[in-house]
Design a protein. Structure first.
Length: 150
């Protein structure tokens, strides 16, 4: 289910794969969120600073209150990639279902996944794309930082 009055560009149904002007496969980043608009903003800004940008970012929203959508609306015009917001009503913790809903809306060749409390390094997406291929699955690690490091 798409959030009422969604952010453009939100396809009602994927029509065609995203194709960038480079020869590499297109990449979608699926970002799960729930009621943390400030941390979501930080992750989106980190994605905007990637050495290789995602072809689209899909917000997998697990039932956030309106401030999350308000934050996305304010930030979307300044992002260097299309932002798609896929919303499901809050019926408890259903992050896996939220991710699956977002996958349905992806139009890219490759998928990457982040949670709203994960700040990727500037080379995260480029590193992933460089090491991926048919039959491969990549996974990263979490490095906990002290609160004053962020």
């Amino acid at each position: 289910t798409l959030y009422p009055d969604p952010l453009p560009p939100i396809p009602s149904k994927p029509e065609a794969p995203v194709r960038s002007n480079r020869m590499a496969p297109s990449v979608s980043t699926i970002l799960t969120t729930f009621n943390q608009p400030n941390t979501l903003r930080l992750v989106l800004l980190a994605l905007a600073r990637q050495s290789q940008l995602p072809d689209e970012v899909i917000i997998a929203d697990d039932g956030s209150a309106p401030p999350t959508l308000d934050a996305l609306r304010r930030l979307a015009p300044d992002l260097p990639f299309p932002l798609i917001h896929v919303f499901q009503p809050d019926q408890g913790f259903r992050a896996a279902r939220s991710r699956n809903n977002a996958i349905h809306h992806s139009r890219s060749d490759l998928l990457t996944f982040l949670d709203q409390d994960t700040l990727p390094r500037a080379d995260w997406l480029a590193t992933y794309a460089r090491h991926t291929g048919p039959g491969r699955f990549g996974i990263g690690r979490i490095l906990d930082l002290p609160p004053d490091a962020a």
